[in-house]
Design a protein around this ligand. Structure first.
Ligand SMILES: Nc1ncnc2c1ncn2[C@@H]1O[C@H](COP(=O)(O)OP(=O)(O)OP(=O)(O)O)[C@@H](O)[C@H]1O
Length: 265
C-alpha cells in the first residue's frame, strides 16, 4: 500500500478546541416497562485534530453516543455540538447540510454504491452537496489509501480492506470537521483491519483531521490518541495514549465476566 499522506488540503470549515461534544446527554428508547436509558447523562468532548476511540461493553451506549453526536439521532435531553454548532437547534434541512459538509462517516459495512467506480464513490458526498472537489487534496487522499490503480474499478472488484479504504477516502474527501467511524474494522480480517486503522491514525496525525471511532476491540482502540470508556450509558473513564493491554485490563473491569472473556479470546 502506498504510504503517501496528504499534508495540505483545505482547512476544515472551523477548528475549535472540540471538533464535537455532547453535554449532559440523555437518550431514552421505548416507554414504560420497556424503557431503556441508553445514555444516562454523558458529557464528553472529542478534541480537534485527535483520534478518539469509544469503548465499552455491548449495550453500553457506544453507537447511541456516536449517532447522537453525529446528528444521525436526537437526544432526549442535553446537547450535541459539532464545533460551535448546537445540532439540536437545527432544522432538518440545515442538519442534513451540516452532516454533508462537516461530517464524514465510515461504517462497518463500507456502504459503497456498487454501480459507481471507486473514484465516483469517493466524490459522491461532494457531488451530492454540489461542491467542487479540491483536486490536490483528493489526489493526496487517493495516494494515502493506496488505490490509485483501482480508481476505475467497481467496489465488487475490490477486497473488503480495499473497499473500506475507499470508504475512508470518501469520508475525508470533503475535508470534514470530524469523521465518525462505527466499528470500521468489524468486517475485515485482522491484517486489513490493521491497515485501515493505521490509515485513520496517519490521516489524523499528519493532516490534523479528527476521528471518533466506536469499537469493542482493544487492539483497534490502541490506534487512537485517547480512549473514552462507557458503561451502562455513562462515561466511566478516559485513557490517553492507550495500549491494547491497558485498554483490555480497563475494559475487563467494566464488562460482565462472559464479555471480558470473549474479548480476551
Ligand atoms: N432503536 C432502539 N430501540 C430500543 N432500544 C435501543 C435502540 N437502540 C439501542 N437500544 C438500546 O440502547 C442500549 C445502548 O445501545 P447501543 O447500540 O448504543 O450500545 P453499544 O454499546 O453500541 O452496543 P454494541 O457494542 O452491542 O453495538 C442497549 O440497551 C440497546 O438495546
Amino acid at each position: 500500500m502506498t504510504t503517501a499522506v496528504p499534508t495540505s488540503g483545505p482547512t476544515p470549515a472551523s477548528v475549535p478546541a472540540s471538533a464535537a461534544r455532547v453535554v449532559d446527554a440523555v437518550k431514552l428508547y421505548g416507554t414504560g416497562d420497556t424503557r431503556v436509558r441508553a445514555l444516562d447523562g454523558v458529557s464528553v468532548d472529542f478534541p480537534a485534530g485527535r483520534f478518539t476511540a469509544i469503548m465499552g461493553p455491548s449495550g453500553s451506549g457506544k453507537s447511541t453516543l456516536m449517532h447522537c453526536a453525529a446528528g444521525l439521532d436526537t437526544l432526549t435531553s442535553g446537547s450535541a455540538f459539532i464545533g460551535d454548532t448546537d445540532i439540536g437547534a437545527l432544522g432538518d434541512r440545515r442538519l442534513t447540510l451540516l452532516r454533508r459538509r462537516r461530517i464524514g462517516f465510515v461504517f462497518q459495512s463500507f456502504n459503497l454504491l456498487p454501480t459507481l467506480t471507486v473514484a465516483e464513490n469517493i466524490t459522491l458526498p461532494l457531488d451530492l452537496a454540489g461542491e467542487r472537489p479540491d483536486q490536490e487534496w483528493l489526489d493526496a487522499l487517493v495516494d494515502t489509501v493506496g488505490l490509485r490503480d483501482r480508481l476505475h474499478h467497481r467496489p465488487g472488484e475490490l477486497s473488503g480492506g480495499q473497499q473500506q479504504r475507499v470508504a475512508v477516502a470518501r469520508a475525508f474527501a470533503g475535508s470534514p470537521d470530524v469523521v465518525f467511524a462505527d466499528e470500521p474494522t468489524g468486517n475485515l480480517d485482522s491484517r486489513s483491519g490493521q491497515e485501515v486503522l493505521r490509515l485513520l491514525g496517519r490521516t489524523v496525525r499528519q493532516t490534523a483531521r479528527t476521528v471518533v471511532m466506536v469499537t469493542h476491540d482493544p487492539v483497534a482502540a490502541a490506534h487512537a490518541d485517547e480512549v473514552v470508556f462507557l458503561a451502562d450509558g455513562r462515561l466511566v473513564d478516559r485513557m490517553p495514549d492507550p495500549t491494547a493491554e491497558r485498554v483490555l485490563d480497563r475494559f475487563k473491569s467494566f464488562a460482565p465476566p462472559p464479555l471480558a472473556q470473549a474479548v480476551t479470546a
